[in-house]
Design a protein around this ligand. Structure first.
Ligand code: NAD
Length: 487
């Protein structure tokens, strides 16, 4: 299996390499084999990318928003036309099951390009009337923006960051995760094919040090990171010290609350979506599943029954529902949390082991895992595991569960399953989380803002809120009378 890209970086409309950069092996998580090698960006490559972006941005910003939008919408069409090929690249890079990447990854990036390409033409400033004299506000681009991606949704992340940035008239230098460098390069080529002028979307590869170089570069006006909370603290520190704009999409340990009266099949399906999609590597996952006493035992029985039926294996087989974790380190981390859960006294109801899969012995697979009788202070209920490990906790009363759900440093997401609509809205209003669901989980359509409260981040991706975060406001006062001056 090979997936070698033309070159490591994409700068000013062309592939670029610099052999002095450290080799970065790209490993297929299902087998452990190396399918490509790219080079980390050297200082020189970072400078080239930023310079290309800086050169290209002013002319791009002067285009009419609808003209910029047209190019983005053309790129969305190309993404959709190449969906299957891009889904395969994403599966090779991430190990996620092809049945997911075919519907979720390039498609979500295309949605972002289409949405922002259309929305930006109507995203305007305000007019303020002073009875003759007046003022207006302009939404202006920031300049060169840096995007730093995580490995769980590589092309989606590149699309979610670049689309609002470019639509608003900015240029972007994007650094994918070192684990998943491939699909951002494909997106860069697609932008060029769609007519995006050279230099507006550049891709540089590398580890955290390349991300840090972008975050602290004086020519970069904004940094948008998707990653863990510890990385977010570092990047926000760098950006803050230079007064840069920042969007931080970070981790979580989100609560999913299931009341007695919930439809059991929907609640079980929602909890599984909230824990097992993308092999549990989703930032917004509802990994603390609180189930009310009256439904608890029936819920668990049905959950275990349905979890047993999950098909795990070859990610390229369209029947496979769960692929491996991203890499060896994540595999070890998830297995160690399963041990921690056992040692803490949680009841292992399903999974917990490494499945034996012929032909995939070198892969980073772990069984979908369900722990019951989890209590609030266990580490598996407090720390982000980022794998298919669900913790089920019992609760009795509404007030009690709200307090327990909010007792976390994170605040990315939350969900509620109930047929009692007043209760659903009351509970959601009290939960400290930025992205919430009632009677579903983990849907993230581009039309609604996505992002976290508390340690889970600042700023928002998607929706018009993202255009706000990729722009700055200028106020212009216009005098129509004489200047009244005391001098
Ligand atoms: P990570 O924090 O290890 O890395 C994220 C990115 O930051 C990578 O590109 C990495 O190279 C870069 N990076 C690392 N150190 C850096 C530094 N000092 N300066 C600049 N850049 C640096 O995260 P990950 O392991 O790739 O992804 C998993 C994490 O991301 C989880 O915590 C998950 O919850 C979170 N996540 C959040 C969202 C969201 O939208 N809120 C979405 C997906 C993933």
């Amino acid at each position: 299996m090979k997936a070698q890209p033309t070159a490591s970086h994409y700068i000013n409309g062309s592939f670029v390499d610099d052999d002095r950069g450290a080799a970065l092996p790209i490993i297929y998580p299902a087998t452990g084999e190396t399918i490509a090698t790219v080079r980390a960006a050297t200082e020189n490559v970072v400078e080239l990318a930023i310079e290309a972006a800086r050169e290209a941005q002013p002319a791009w910003a002067r285009l009419k928003p609808v003209e910029r939008g047209r190019i983005l919408r053309r790129a969305a069409d190309i993404l959709r036309a190449r969906n299957d090929e891009l889904a395969r690249v994403e599966t090779l890079d991430t190990g996620k099951a092809i049945q997911e990447t075919l519907v979720a990854d390039p498609a979500s990036a295309a949605d972002a390009l289409e949405y922002f390409g259309g929305a930006v033409g109507s995203y305007n400033g305000d007019y303020v009337d002073f009875g003759g004299s007046f003022a207006y506000t302009r939404r202006e681009p920031l300049g060169v923006c840096a995007g730093i991606g995580a490995w769980n949704y590589p092309i989606q992340g590149a699309g979610w960051k670049s689309a609002p940035a470019l639509a608003m008239g900015n240029a972007m230098v994007f650094k994918p995760s070192e684990n998943t460098p491939l699909s951002a390069l494909a997106l860069a080529e697609i932008y060029t094919e769609a007519g995006l002028p050279n230099g507006l979307f550049n891709v540089v590869q590398g580890y955290g040090d390349v991300g840090a170089a972008l975050a602290q570069h004086p020519a970069v006006a904004k940094v948008s990171l998707t990653g863990s909370v510890p990385t977010g603290r570092k990047v926000l520190g760098l950006a803050g010290s230079l007064m840069k704009h920042a969007t931080m999409e970070l981790g979580g340990k989100s609560p999913l609350i299931i009341f007695d009266d919930a439809d059991i099949e929907n609640a079980v399906g929602g909890a599984m979506l909230a824990n097992f999609y993308s092999t549990g590597q989703v930032c917004s996952n509802g990994t603390r599943v609180f189930v009310q006493d009256g439904l608890h035992d029936r819920f668990l029985d049905r959950l275990v029954e349905r979890t047993k039926a999950i098909r795990i294996g070859d990610p390229l087989d369209p029947d496979t529902q769960m692929g491996p974790l991203i890499n060896k380190a994540q595999h070890e981390k998830v297995l160690s949390y399963i041990d921690i859960g056992r040692n803490e006294g949680a009841q292992l109801r399903h999974g917990g082991g490494v499945p034996s899969l012929q032909g995939f012995e070198g892969g980073f697979f772990v069984e979908p895992t369900v722990f019951a009788e989890v209590t609030d202070n266990m580490r598996i209920a407090r720390e982000e595991i980022f794998g298919p490990v669900m913790s089920v906790l019992r609760f009795e009363h509404e007030d009690e569960v709200i307090g327990r759900a909010n007792d976390t440093e994170f605040g990315l997401s939350a969900g509620v399953f109930t047929r009692d609509l007043p209760r659903a809205h009351r509970v959601i209003a009290d939960l400290q989380a930025g992205s919430c669901w009632i009677n579903h989980y983990n849907l993230a359509p581009v039309e609604i803002p996505f992002g976290g409260f508390k340690q889970s981040g600042i700023g928002r991706e998607n929706s018009l809120a993202a255009l706000e975060h990729y722009s700055q406001l200028k106020s212009v006062y216009v005098e129509t009378g004489d200047v009244v001056s005391p001098y």
